[in-house]
Write a protein that binds this ligand. Structure first.
Ligand SMILES: NC(=O)c1ccc[n+]([C@@H]2O[C@H](COP(=O)([O-])OP(=O)(O)OC[C@H]3O[C@@H](n4cnc5c(N)ncnc54)[C@H](OP(=O)(O)O)[C@@H]3O)[C@@H](O)[C@H]2O)c1
Length: 323
């Protein structure tokens, strides 16, 4: 699979990375029940397909996702770049929920829990999960920089940060990467974040490129109604009307473009995010081996300028439906 260099770092990421939020299983922001053995098979399938990096977080399943990743990479550590996060951790007083830990001492002590769950000696990319509270980001970033100095972390990045927030922390230690949302129906990063990152040698690893499954062509009103109670998508704005129906209609308009290329809609939505060279990689979630078998192939599909132009027209149509 094609790779791109992550910002100023020496990490070369495959253009599709595996996301492991859903693999965390049930918790406050879970995706409903998940079978751990199937999760491990999914992760190993991703590596077999040539995907060389994985994204997790202590929040996902309140530590469970990291533990599953740790099990799945046993014996294959050298093949894989491991990215995880800081700043949101399990709340010991309320099982199944999380809390913020953004003080430098908390960031520094928590990394040992990441390392233990992942069963590794060093984290390749450690990212602040959310810039909340805003006034703590310099303090948290100072703790992150300390972890690079002591060798527990190779590179540090941020997630969900604005340009203004990145400018505040960049003088403390260079930012290796930004992890923002990006999909055909969430294009906010095009306003200024992409240009800022490109100009400052900051890699971009985008999340939810299939808008949590909504752009795969396999979502429907019936599917939404049958999601289990614990699935966060039941209450998310993207899955509410009128947006939900407008996006399903968009997907049907996109279908012929995927079909004439002999590809699936899931592959189209991921390849579209990768059309810009400033995007290092797309983090693609999967909870079954068959899902990543389908989506990994998007990492080798370079969309033609004609397809990109046609998609742009359809995305304008989608925006107009909602304005
Ligand atoms: N930094 C952050 O704040 C943040 C936020 C969100 C995500 N992320 C990261 O980004 C990763 C990816 O984002 P995401 O998981 O939210 O969204 P996504 O990659 O757009 O969608 C993943 C979901 O789509 C469905 N799916 C996957 N492959 C499919 C296929 N071939 N056909 C049909 N459906 C398929 C699966 O759910 P079902 O089978 O249940 O439909 C899967 O869980 C996460 O796992 C996480 O690592 C980070």
């Amino acid at each position: 699979m094609q790779t791109r260099k992550l910002g100023y770092s020496d990490l070369h990421l495959t253009m599709v990375g595996l996301g492991t939020w859903a693999i965390g299983g049930p918790w406050q922001w879970g995706w409903g029940p998940q079978d751990d053995q199937e999760s491990i098979r999914t992760i190993q399938e991703a590596f077999d397909l040539g995907i060389n990096w994985i994204d997790t977080a202590p929040a996902y399943g309140v530590g469970h996702s990291e533990e599953i990743v740790g099990k799945a990479i046993t014996g294959r550590r050298d093949e894989v770049i491991v990215a995880t996060k800081s700043g949101i951790v399990g709340n010991p007083n309320k099982p199944g929920t999380t809390m913020r830990k953004m003080d430098a001492a908390g960031i520094i002590s928590e990394v040992d829990n990441n390392l233990r769950r992942l069963n590794i000696e060093v984290i390749d990319l450690y990212q602040i999960h959310w810039p909340i509270p805003d006034e703590m980001i310099e303090e948290a970033w100072g703790g992150m920089a300390e972890l690079v100095k002591v060798g527990k972390v190779r590179y540090i990045g941020v997630s969900n940060f604005s340009v203004e927030q990145m400018k505040r922390v960049q003088p403390i230690h260079p930012i290796a990467s930004l992890q923002p949302p990006y999909s055909m129906v969430r294009r906010e990063i095009e306003d200024e974040l992409i240009d800022f990152c490109a100009a400052n040698e900051i890699g971009i690893v985008v999340y939810s490129p299939m808008q949590a499954g909504l752009l795969t062509g396999k979502f429907s009103q019936e599917r939404l109604a049958s999601l289990p109670d614990g699935d966060w998508r039941r209450t998310n704005d993207q899955f509410k009307e009128p947006r939900f129906s407008a996006t399903l209609a968009l997907v049907e308009k996109l279908r012929p473009i995927a079909e004439r290329n002999g590809k699936s809609l899931a592959q189209l939505s991921i390849a579209w995010t990768l059309r810009l060279p400033a995007i290092t990689s797309a983090i693609v979630g999967a909870r079954r081996p068959s899902q990543i078998v389908e989506t990994a192939a998007a990492g080798d599909w370079n969309l033609s300028p004609e397809d990109v132009a046609e998609i742009d027209t359809l995305l304008d149509w989608h925006t107009a439906q909602l304005s």
